[in-house]
Design a protein around this ligand. Structure first.
Ligand SMILES: Nc1ncnc2c1ncn2[C@@H]1O[C@H](COP(=O)(O)OP(=O)(O)OP(=O)(O)O)[C@@H](O)[C@H]1O
Length: 677
């Protein structure tokens, strides 16, 4: 507590009340005492050293040099330490120091005269009054700082005592300054909320517009970034699907940073760049913070990629989402219990996918690899129940990462009772939208991000605003706020539907794909991937295609569609079937040559009946006969490819992927059947 001075009391007329000057009286009496002491010192020095001591020239020279040196040190120090003070105080203290030194020098070496003593006393009294005035009139009578601005200004200036700032540069609309602390000081001390707020206030920029990004290699150095205007006040318009028809390996444009730069989301990772797949992403945001819009856009982006399958689970308000969107998803689940069943079945499915991926020598899902199963994107709108169970989450996060599965878990609250503390280290990435306060955000965001100035306490006042900690992004940018694009559901869905229609993918077929039963979620999703299915047919060119036992997804029998969701209407695609006159399955093993002969016979019989096109799914009865092992889909594709070759080909690839035209039979069989013939 501040001590109260005795004796210094005054009346504050404006307030009509007494006020007490707290703190010590010494700051007010020291200057005049020092001035008098300095006068006495100059008298003594003039008698023994200076004007009245009859010194030689040499003695005068070195004594004068000594006094000048001491004076220079005093003046320089006074100016230096006064840097963090108000200008008036700094000027008064400088006047005091300079006056003392000049007086000492003149009175010592020139001798005393009435004028010189009077001038000295006048200057020193003035300086003492100035010092006392600036100290007395700085506030309400306490010895605290004068007012808010004075205090803030001084605090900002005090920064210069602990560190040095470099020349500010303008980068992407931000003012960026390199800051180096004095040895022993910690740059993080500038990241404290009150220091950042003081700087924001002094510079008159929005709160949160000041970031302190420390250098990871040294605690002394960092950079201070000031964003003068909030560039996310008006979110940018949605620029359209980022790579329709491309691979899911290409980044998804999810949102933009305050700087205008895009925030990329890389789902499968990039082994070449040593970047891990994300696996599980946690999306935290309270109701109305903009989660659904983000999920919708992400789902549309993922669905527009050629090598992914999208599962959307919204057990709360799934049925409120537009029908066209629901139909466009490979799997759409709107019942909470079914969503849970689906998630339960996800982990057992991992081993199967791992077998498929590892079976051809890949350590993780690889973009562009035809033998890897489609990348699966699972978006779960309200997953708090799932997140609550730490074991399940850890198991999920660790297992899905490398097998080409991405799971987004959306949650509304991150309170202690709802979320284990280890969640942040378990999941591969985090997006934090508006939450109640910075403390809640700190449950998912890293300590460094919060320390650098991230404050997601927007609640639902700024929907779409977010902080993102994502693999593949610069950790220095994690404390940079971002915002999703201005919502335009109709445009997002219309563009997706147009893209799917353009690539020949029906948006009603996937809707028929039901929620997977526990432990068998994949086959149905795969069944709902016509494009991918067709892509597999092109494996005919791959000589190893049918040697790999782990290669193929289980065949889907068009005669026996998977169990349907009882709540969704079922639409089974109409497919023309070629009646095949084959004997029932007899359990015997068929040689490759026999199988090829049967395929040829089937094609010729179909041609005779007037059929001019075939596709692998037409040969399902043949699969029944020779068994799954004898005729996997890639093997069948390979055989059909062989029939396209040779001097007298039986088939020709149609422009429609996966469809073959039957050519008029010519006398000689294709080389594939030479042996059989
Ligand atoms: N980037 C954005 N800019 C402006 N408005 C946005 C943005 N993102 C979302 N919104 C709007 O914010 C509102 C709430 O969004 P949304 O429904 O996605 O929130 P939510 O977090 O899913 O809420 P709930 O959990 O209650 O469903 C909507 O009106 C939406 O249009």
């Amino acid at each position: 507590m501040a001590r109260q001075s005795r004796g210094i009391r005054g009346t504050d007329v404006a307030r009509g009340a007494y006020r007490e000057v707290k703190q010590s009286p010494w700051p007010y009496v020291i200057p005049p005492i020092a001035a008098v002491g300095n006068l006495i010192l100059s008298g003594i020095l003039s008698l023994i050293w200076g004007a009245y001591a009859q010194p030689t020239v040499w003695e005068v020279a070195w004594r004068a040099a000594l006094v000048l040196g001491c004076s220079a040190a005093i003046v320089w120090t006074t100016w230096g330490v006064g840097r963090a003070r108000k200008m008036e105080l700094r000027a008064a203290s400088l006047l005091m120091a300079t006056g003392s030194c000049v007086g000492l020098f003149v009175l010592t070496f020139r001798g005393w005269s009435r004028d010189s003593v009077l001038v000295y006393l006048l200057v020193m009294v003035t300086a003492s009054i100035l010092l006392a005035t600036t100290k007395l009139l700085r506030g309400d009578g306490t010895d605290a700082r004068a007012n808010l601005f004075g205090e803030l200004g001084e605090r900002v200036k005090e920064l210069q005592d602990v560190g040095q700032t470099g020349r500010p540069k303008v980068v992407d609309g931000r003012i960026v300054t390199h800051t180096e602390m004095v040895p022993g000081a910690d740059f993080n001390s500038l990241a404290k909320p009150d220091v950042r707020t003081a700087i924001a206030s002094a510079l008159d920029v929005p709160p949160g517009g000041v970031r302190m990004v420390r250098n990871r290699n040294t605690p002394r150095v960092g950079r201070m970034e000031v964003s003068p205007v909030d560039m996310l006040e008006h979110p940018p318009a949605w620029p359209g699907l980022s790579a329709p028809g491309g691979t899911i390996g290409a980044p998804i444009r999810l949102a933009v940073y305050q700087t205008g730069a895009p925030i990329p989301l890389l789902l499968p990772g990039n082994p070449a760049a040593g970047q891990n797949p994300i696996g599980v992403l946690l999306l935290l945001g309270q109701s109305g913070s903009g989660k659904t819009e983000l999920q919708l856009m992400l789902a549309a982006e993922a669905r527009s990629r050629a090598d992914s399958e999208v599962v959307y689970i919204d057990g709360r308000k799934g049925l409120q989402l537009p029908r066209a969107f629901r139909d466009a998803m490979h799997v759409f689940i709107h019942r909470a219990d079914e969503g849970e069943r689906y998630l339960d079945g996800l982990i057992p499915d991992v081993a199967k996918r791992a077998g498929q991926i590892g079976g051809h020598g890949h350590e993780q899902w690889t973009a562009g690899c035809r033998r890897c199963p489609p990348f699966r994107v699972v978006i779960v709108d309200e997953a708090s129940k799932f997140v609550e169970s730490e074991d399940t989450l850890v198991e999920l996060a660790e297992s899905v990462r490398s097998v080409g599965v991405f799971v987004l878990l959306g949650i509304q609250r991150a309170t202690g009772d709802r979320m284990p503390t280890s969640v942040r280290t378990t999941v591969g990435g985090v997006i934090c939208m508006g939450v109640r306060d910075v403390g809640e955000g700190a449950r998912v965001l890293s300590e460094e991000t919060i320390e650098a100035g991230a404050d997601p306490g927007w609640k639902n006042r700024k929907p779409g605003a977010l902080y993102a900690e994502l693999p593949g992004t610069d950790p220095d940018d994690w404390s940079l706020p971002g915002r999703t694009f201005k919502p335009d559901r109709d445009a997002v869905i219309a563009e997706l539907v147009a893209h799917l229609a353009g690539t020949g993918q029906s948006t009603t077929t996937p809707a028929a794909a039901p929620a997977p039963a526990p432990a068998v979620p994949l086959p149905r999703a795969a069944a709902a991937m016509p494009e991918r299915e067709r892509a597999g047919e092109d494996d005919a060119d791959d000589p190893d295609a049918d040697n790999d036992p782990e290669l193929a997804p289980p065949p889907v029998d068009p005669e026996c569609p998977p169990d349907a969701d009882p709540y969704d209407p079922i639409t089974v695609p109409v497919r023309e079937r070629i009646p095949l006159d084959l004997d029932p399955e007899d359990g015997r093993q068929y040689t490759p040559t026999e199988i090829r002969l049967m395929v040829r016979t089937t094609i010729l019989a179909a041609y005779e009946r007037g059929t001019r096109q075939v596709r692998p799914s037409n040969f399902a009865p043949l699969v029944d006969k020779v068994g799954d092992e004898g005729l996997k889909p890639p093997t069948l594709s390979k055989i059909l490819g062989e029939f396209c070759q040779g001097p007298a080909p039986l088939l020709r690839r149609s422009e429609d992927r996966g469809v073959y035209e039957i050519l008029p039979p010519q006398g000689s069989p294709s080389p594939a059947l030479a042996e059989a013939a």
